[in-house]
Design a protein around this ligand. Structure first.
Ligand code: EPU
Length: 468
């Protein structure tokens, strides 16, 4: 049963739309497509591939663009986001924001660019009630809570969905917003929150949570007074969000550090902007993993080495060599990878999102590597799938012990989540014979044409739609 719905007049005096906004609008280049799950039975078939060569261009980051899209709730106007990846999570977030009252148009990127552009129109007619079935599908849906409470004083939303790594609480989001004056009614079904204008507060996170930092940022930029966020996350995607917010007129100090000081302004003083999404460092690392496992040498255009510092350093320890310039990196594989021990940590540490790739690489490296997961204890579900390919991996608590084998062999495997799915595709290229990866809808949530990009480097990989 759905919980009580909000409506009428918001606590901050804004009129709340009685009916959902209309999706899409006319014009020749305008496409406002709802999320289409018809590809959910597709299968990726990866075959043993020789060395990879050539160039791959990496688009913008999922974990940035979804938050930039949420930030457009803060002020009226027409926004343009460029370098937006063509992925399902963007479609789902667009549907969610349209249901809240924004108008979103996807525009094919001009020649010479990758991805797409999003034009987002915020006319101020927002209904802060997020449809359950959309909010439930992605983790980033929780990122509308901060801007909606900050600007409209009201939110009604399902608990966020997303990849299943075990428990993914949002207590830090809610505690931070409560410290600023919000009141929540949380059930197993969702969250209803209300506030008068939020007040600045001094908040110290128990852990540098990416999502909680983003939510608090987007709430505090329009709060009354100054907010200090201590032990904040400082991932490149958070810096990207801060940069867009600053362009909009928000006052944020300490960008890129774990202490953010935000001086709140009135939403009416903010303006809409154009912003280019930061490059996806995890997609970039996926192509490093592919060349590392198959051999060869590739250029990864637009990869920002500075955002991948610790990971590139550990990849170097495995024997991969890099040439770095401002426009990208060239990654060259060794004869055989060497094993390393690696532990995931918040930025600037090795991100948990790289881990399935690292485990796949270690599975054919020389020696034994221990991978320690410090963020999500349940993020080892793909290990069973890698074992089907012949990998020798044992799990002990939050450690994976990976004993490198001479070669993997093809098998049918299931993608359990976005990053693990991509790691299985890459492993399939290194495995002898043919590997069939199903549940590729997980991969589609975060990867922009991984098959086309890998095939462009010479990999034997294709996508098929089984007949019923
Ligand atoms: N946590 C809490 N309470 C909170 C918030 C987080 O206990 O209120 C815990 C989580 O359970 C987890 C840890 O803190 O153990 C880190 O969670 P965080 O909030 O930093 O992660 P997130 O915002 O939910 C984002 C990315 C994830 C990525 C993590 C860590 C998005 C949409 N998701 O999640 O990306 O793994 O940060 O870097 O930005 C992916 O892209 O495949 C993905 C899973």
């Amino acid at each position: 049963m759905r919980r009580k719905r909000l409506g009428g007049q918001s606590p901050l005096g804004h009129a709340i739309e009685a009916s959902p906004p209309i999706h899409g609008h006319g014009g020749s280049i305008l496409i406002a497509m709802p999320f289409d799950p018809t590809n959910s039975h597709d299968v990726i078939v990866a075959s043993h591939s020789g060395p990879l060569f050539g160039e791959v261009v990496v688009p913008g980051a999922k974990n940035s663009v979804l938050k930039l899209m949420a930030a457009t709730l803060l002020a009226d106007g027409t926004y343009r986001l460029t370098n937006v990846p063509v992925i399902d999570d963007v479609d789902i977030m667009a549907d969610l924001l349209e249901a809240l009252g924004l108008r979103i148009t996807k525009i094919a990127a001009p020649r010479g660019e990758v991805g797409q552009h999003l034009e987002i129109v915020n006319s101020g007619a927002i209904r802060p009630v997020a449809p359950f079935e959309l909010a439930d599908r992605i983790r980033a849906s929780v990122n509308v809570v901060g801007p909606l409470l900050g600007r409209f004083g009201e939110i009604d939303i399902a608990l966020p969905g997303g990849d299943d790594f075990g428990g993914r609480p949002i207590d830090m989001h809610l505690r931070g917003l409560e410290a600023m004056g919000a009141v929540f009614d949380v059930t197993s079904d969702g969250i209803v929150g209300r506030c008068q204008r939020l007040r600045g507060a001094d908040i110290e996170f128990d852990f540098p949570s990416v999502g909680a930092t983003e939510n608090m940022l987007m709430a505090s930029v329009v709060a009354e007074g100054t907010t200090t966020l201590r032990n904040a996350a400082r991932e490149p995607e958070i810096v990207d969000l801060c940069e867009m917010l600053k362009k909009m007129g928000c006052r944020i100090e300490g960008v890129g550090t774990s202490n953010l000081v935000i001086h709140g302004v009135l939403p009416s003083t903010l303006q809409s902007v154009t912003h280019c999404v930061v490059t996806d460092r995890v997609q970039a690392a996926t192509y490093v993993a592919a060349v590392a496992m198959c051999g060869g040498s590739i250029r990864i255009e637009r990869a920002v080495a500075e955002h991948m510092g610790m990971m590139l350093s550990r990849f170097t320890d495995m024997g991969i060599s890099f040439q770095i310039d401002p426009a990208g990196i060239v990654a060259t594989a060794p004869q055989r990878l060497s094993s390393i021990d690696v532990a995931t940590l918040p930025y600037p540490g090795v991100a948990t999102d790289y881990k399935p790739l690292v485990v796949a690489m270690l599975s054919i490296a020389q020696g034994v590597g221990i991978v320690t997961e410090n963020l999500y204890p349940g993020r080892f579900r793909y290990v069973e799938e890698l074992r089907k390919l012949g990998a020798d991996i044992s799990i002990d608590g939050h450690h994976a012990v990976v004993r490198g084998v001479d070669h993997l062999r093809g098998a049918s495997v299931v993608a359990p989540d976005i990053r693990a799915g991509a790691a299985l595709v890459v492993a399939g290229l290194a495995a002898q014979g043919m590997t069939e990866i199903s549940d590729v809808f997980h991969i589609d949530r975060g990867y922009d044409d991984i098959v086309g990009r890998l095939a462009g480097l010479g990999a034997s990989v294709t996508r098929i739609r089984p007949e019923n």
